[in-house]
Design a protein around this ligand. Structure first.
Ligand code: NAP
Length: 323
């Protein structure tokens, strides 16, 4: 067991580890977690380390639904000890049944939740997240359906993902107006190099007291310290599939950041977790892992270094916010 902190997720009684596990590697082609064995190893290591929050989605995996299917098996006998988050609302290409492009609708959500429960081999989902806005269905219909699912015990809490600031405010007030349970969390891209959420999303998240779950928190692994401007491990996602992230990265600033870490004797991984967990409203860093040692390293990194206000100001000067 590693020394991990736990925080409540937004205005709720749901307590999660500040190091979560992003689960979009499970069933991903070309990774060690493509298989059941690889998935079992990472999930087992995460639970042993004290990680409780597992974030997946119905769409993850080389075939839609595969991440959930592999997780359902890996979590047999362990389900009660973790907080299981999944998502609906991306194009499942018919795997959940026809959706006619309205995946926040009453009809579709019913299909989606049954598909996720079946694949995950569970009776309930702890955090059920709208993966992206549905531009057609009124948010009132989505909230009413999710309210019913909470009442039926199929889901416990609701969150959203990829909403803009005004959409977060609209959802908040619609829930208030109609007396529905509110979304407790927002999930949007956020890292040292992806700061759009600073403009509208994080102000809304903090105004309404939501929990914030940053996706791509390590910028697909770039902030693990294993890359340089020349390259990195051949089996990494960045080198095998997203080389453009390396080529377009601002290496002068990343090297300044590495020097900042070296001066303090802290790893880039630990500094990055510390910076993320110091951001107001940010509840848990849901970084993905393709190997058991990665999730253990992440769990250890989160408590390895406590930055001063001056340290955080220096990091902010290296990676300024666009807001
Ligand atoms: N809501 C949305 O629309 C949305 C979109 C994307 C992601 N997400 C969620 O966010 C989660 C996190 O995103 P992500 O996993 O794609 O990106 P990430 O957390 O920025 O990067 C994770 C990758 O970095 C590498 N890594 C992690 N820890 C490491 C360590 N200690 N040492 C060395 N390498 C390490 C691994 O890749 P390699 O081994 O391949 O290098 C891992 O897959 C996802 O799993 C998913 O749950 C949500």
């Amino acid at each position: 067991m590693v020394n991990i902190d736990y925080r409540t997720l937004g205005p709720s009684g749901l307590v999660v580890s500040t190091v979560g596990l992003g689960c979009n590697n499970f069933g991903r082609a070309g990774t060690a977690t493509e298989t059941q064995e690889g998935t079992d190893a990472v999930i087992g290591a995460a639970i042993d380390a004290g990680v409780t929050l597992f974030d997946t989605a119905d769409i993850y995996g080389k075939e839609r639904g595969l991440s959930e299917t592999l997780m359902g098996k890996a979590l047999e006998g362990k389900r009660d000890t973790i907080v299981l988050a999944t998502k609906f609302g991306m194009d499942m290409a018919g795997v959940n049944g026809p959706d006619w492009g309205v995946r926040g609708s009453r009809r579709y959500i019913r299909l989606a939740v049954e598909g996720s429960l079946r694949r995950l081999r569970t009776d309930w989902i702890d955090l059920y997240q709208l993966h992206q806005p549905d531009p057609v269905t009124p948010i009132e219909e989505t909230l009413e359906t999710l309210d019913d699912l909470i009442a039926e015990g199929k889901i416990r809490y609701i969150g959203h993902s990829n909403l803009s600031g005004w959409q977060i405010a609209e959802a908040e007030f619609t829930a208030q107006l109609h007396g529905h349970p509110k979304f407790i969390s927002a999930q949007n891209e956020y890292s040292l190099l992806a700061r759009d959420a600073d403009r509208e999303v994080l102000p809304a998240v903090n105004r309404y007291g939501l929990g914030f779950l940053p996706y791509f928190p390590l910028y697909n692994g770039l902030f693990t310290g294993k890359f340089s401007r020349e390259g990195g491990p051949a089996d990494s996602r960045i080198m095998s599939a997203r080389r453009y992230l390396l080529d377009s990265a601002p290496w002068d600033r990343i090297e300044r950041y590495q020097a900042f870490c070296d001066e303090r004797g802290v790893s880039m991984l630990a500094a990055t977790f510390a910076w993320l967990l110091a951001q107001p409203g940010l509840t848990s860093v849901i970084a993905g892992a393709t190997k058991p040692e990665q999730i253990v390293a992440n769990a250890e990194a989160a408590s390895a270094w406590t930055p001063t206000a001056g340290d955080l100001a220096e990091i902010a000067a290296i990676f300024p916010s666009p807001s």
